[in-house]
Structure formats: structure tokens, C-alpha cells
Design a protein around this ligand. Structure first.
Ligand code: GLU
Length: 294
């Protein structure tokens, strides 16, 4: 079982068309089926009209999925149950620091030590950040995984996953997970009782997903997902990370950089065939080597 899991925070662009082509092609090759999952846990940026547009754009491209899409915002109880499991084992703690608390503490720590404060692979600063002082006890909190305790539960066990695609540094085959590259990742945000890492891990298991096809930008996140699978006793799918489309300015295509949406290309006269052709080459080969994230 395969899935395509966009976030309805904007319109789909060519990068999504590439990802969708990779998903449906891989499913076809394996005789598998595809589910659609709408990852709408961000209460501020997710909008129902984008979710509708996603379905329309995918249908226009000729992609078909099985059953009704799963909307994560309608399944918050599932994530809560997983959180409770981790919480009962003392693996979760409340973090009331705001982004600006963290940024200020990082700036202080960097100025005092003259070295860069360690960051997670997605660029967020590691916690705890030295002298960061939490706001008052009534302030809203996020729930974070206590990475040190989580790694201790593994008692030295090496986690890995089968990779059918390729990581940003050429990783393939059996990839050893490196959750230790991450700090105390957020499992439930202040504004919603889950996070991307938790919801994606729980949903892939609940939906019986056996093959995860997605962009290389999520390659490092797979180490976190693999750890959560182990902690929650969930199966590990096969992963296939595909290279990203690189915009002419050298950055990955992203809606925040104003890359043209599929609907604007369509309005400009592009056919589904044109879109898929433009995206297709990326399924087997990078258009250009992906930049390393810092
Ligand atoms: N929702 C994520 C995105 O749109 C993809 C998540 C995944 O495939 O694991 O980037």
C-alpha cells in the first residue's frame, strides 16, 4: 500500500507533481494501491479550499486513489493514544519555551561560547538551550520526546530501514537510522495535539502503508520516524526517497518561494502531459544535485 500525503497549506506545484508521479509510478510497478492523506494538522496554514484543490489537481493529472482521503485533523485521538503510550514510559515532557525564548537563548549561548549551537537536521536548535528560562507555568506547552531516554530504551539496538531510493548523500539499501542526530523533537505542538513526526508515523501504520515514497528533504526525518515506530511497536515500511526539483535560483521548489502552482500552469495552457513530462525526469534522476540543508 502506497500513499501520497500533501499538506493543504497552498496549491500543488511541480515539485508535488514529481512526488505524485513517483508515488503512482512505484505503486503501478509493484501492483500496489495508493491512498491519499491530507496532512492538515497546522491549524493556521491548512485550509479546506487547498485540500479540495489538491484532489482536483491530482484528478486532473489522472491520478486515482483508493477510498476517501484521510484528513489528519479528524483523527487527533489516534495521535493522542500514541502520545499517552510514550508519556506513560516517561519519554515525553512539556516544553513551554516560545520560539523567541529559544532563539534568544541560542544567540546568548553562541555569543558566550563562540561556537554554533547544534541544530537538528531540519535546522531547529537543539534543546535544552542552556539558560533558556521557561515562561510562566500557565503558558501553553508543546510535548517533546526526551531523546536521551528514548535512545536509552533501545539499549544499543541499531535501527535501520530498507531504502529503495537514495538519500542526499547516496545512502541506499539498508540505511542505519541516526535518531541521535536529532534533539528533543516536538510530538505535540502548542496549537494542535500532534506534530508531523508523530502523525505521519501513526498514520502510515494505521493505514497499512507498506511503501513510503517521498522527497529527499524528508530523508533525515525518517530516522525519527523509525525510532517512533520502534517505541510504539509499529511496523517499518519500505522507503523510497526521490531527489527534489531544484528551482532556477538553486533552492528546492516550494510554495513559499512562489513557484508556479499546477493550476496556474493549467491556466497558461499546460496539459497534464506537459506537467508530468516536466516532473517525470526527477523520478529516476535528480535534475541537479540537491543542496545540503544546514
Ligand atoms: N506532508 C508532507 C509534505 O507535504 C509529506 C509527508 C510525507 O510524505 O511523509 O511535505
Amino acid at each position: 500500500m502506497f500513499r501520497f500525503a500533501p499538506s493543504p497549506t497552498g496549491h500543488l506545484h511541480l515539485g508535488h507533481a514529481l512526488s505524485a508521479s513517483c508515488v503512482w509510478r512505484a505503486a503501478e510497478a509493484a501492483g500496489g494501491r495508493v491512498l491519499l492523506r491530507i496532512e492538515d494538522i497546522d491549524p493556521v496554514r491548512s485550509r479546506p479550499e487547498f485540500a479540495e484543490a489538491i484532489e482536483e489537481d491530482l484528478a486532473w493529472l489522472g491520478f486515482r486513489w483508493e477510498g476517501a482521503p484521510r484528513r489528519q485533523s479528524e483523527h487527533l485521538d489516534d495521535y493522542l493514544r500514541a502520545l499517552e503510550q510514550l508519556d506513560r514510559r516517561g519519554l515525553v515532557y512539556r516544553c513551554r519555551l516560545t520560539r523567541s525564548d529559544i532563539a534568544a537563548a541560542v544567540a546568548r549561548a553562541e555569543a558566550a561560547r563562540g561556537v554554533r549551537w547544534p541544530r537538528d537536521p531540519d535546522g531547529s536548535p537543539r534543546l535544552p538551550v542552556g539558560d533558556a528560562t521557561a515562561a510562566d507555568a500557565e503558558a501553553p506547552f508543546a510535548l517533546r520526546l526526551d531523546m536521551r531516554k528514548a535512545l536509552a530504551e533501545l539499549a544499543g539496538e541499531r535501527l535501520s530501514w530498507p531504502e529503495e531510493g537514495v538519500g542526499p548523500n547516496g545512502e541506499r539499501g539498508t540505511v542505519v537510522a541516526r535518531p541521535e542526530l536529532w534533539g528533543d523533537v516536538v510530538l505535540a505542538r502548542k496549537d494542535t495535539p500532534t506534530s508531523y513526526h508523530l502523525a505521519v508515523t501513526v498514520d502510515d501504520a494505521l493505514q497499512g502503508v507498506t511503501h513510503v515514497v517521498r522527497g529527499q528533504d524528508l530523508f533525515e526525518a525518517t530516522s525519527v520516524h523509525r525510532l517512533l515506530q520502534r517505541l510504539l511497536g509499529l511496523p517499518t515500511p519500505v522507503y523510497r526517497h526521490h531527489p527534489l526539483l531544484i528551482a532556477p535560483d538553486g533552492h528546492k521548489l516550494a510554495k513559499t518561494r512562489g513557484s508556479p502552482s499546477l493550476r496556474s500552469l493549467r491556466a497558461a495552457g499546460w496539459t497534464p502531459h506537459d506537467v508530468l513530462n516536466a516532473a517525470a525526469a526527477g523520478c529516476s534522476e535528480p535534475f541537479r544535485a540537491q543542496e545540503q540543508s544546514t
